[in-house]
Design a protein. Structure first.
Length: 150
């Protein structure tokens, strides 16, 4: 990640905090109780992880849409169409209880990484984009896997 500019790197790392906090409240009963009492039910596992993951997939659709503006012709059409998939995935697939929602978010973030790779291949992203996205996706998928598979 040394090639990633500092501002995007620090903001992206800060964006991992809700996922990590959710995992911490999943495994630590005292932290869960403290968070529930002081922050509310929206800031503990699994609600925090699932709601934040849904928001981030929607946000990343917007990022991809922004990259699509750099394309032309049929590549632009494909890029715009692909850019909305993460948001649609979150809308249609997140639900049905915490395990199903977390599982679908895992697949949503893995699919997003595939889209990131396509957009990088099409030279629509900054050169450092995958250097940022791969480790972030690994952490997000690991955090969501706690709810999905444990």
């Amino acid at each position: 990640m040394s090639s990633v500019p500092r501002a995007p790197m620090f903001l992206a790392l800060a964006g991992l905090l809700p996922f990590l906090w959710s995992v911490a409240t999943h495994f630590n009963g005292a932290l869960y109780d403290w968070s529930l009492a002081h922050l509310g039910s929206r800031f503990v596992a699994p609600y925090l992880q699932l709601s934040y993951g849904t928001v981030i997939l929607g946000f990343m659709s917007g990022v991809l849409w922004g990259f699509a503006t750099k394309a032309g012709g049929s590549k632009a059409t494909a890029a715009y169409a692909l850019s909305v998939l993460p948001a649609l995935w979150a809308f249609f697939m997140v639900g049905g209880g915490p395990v199903a929602a977390a599982t679908n978010l895992v697949f949503g973030f893995l699919g997003l990484l595939l889209l990131d790779a396509f957009f990088q291949l099409w030279n629509l992203t900054p050169r450092w984009w995958l250097a940022l996205r791969v480790p972030l996706t690994a952490v997000v998928v690991a955090c969501l896997s706690v709810e999905a598979f444990l």
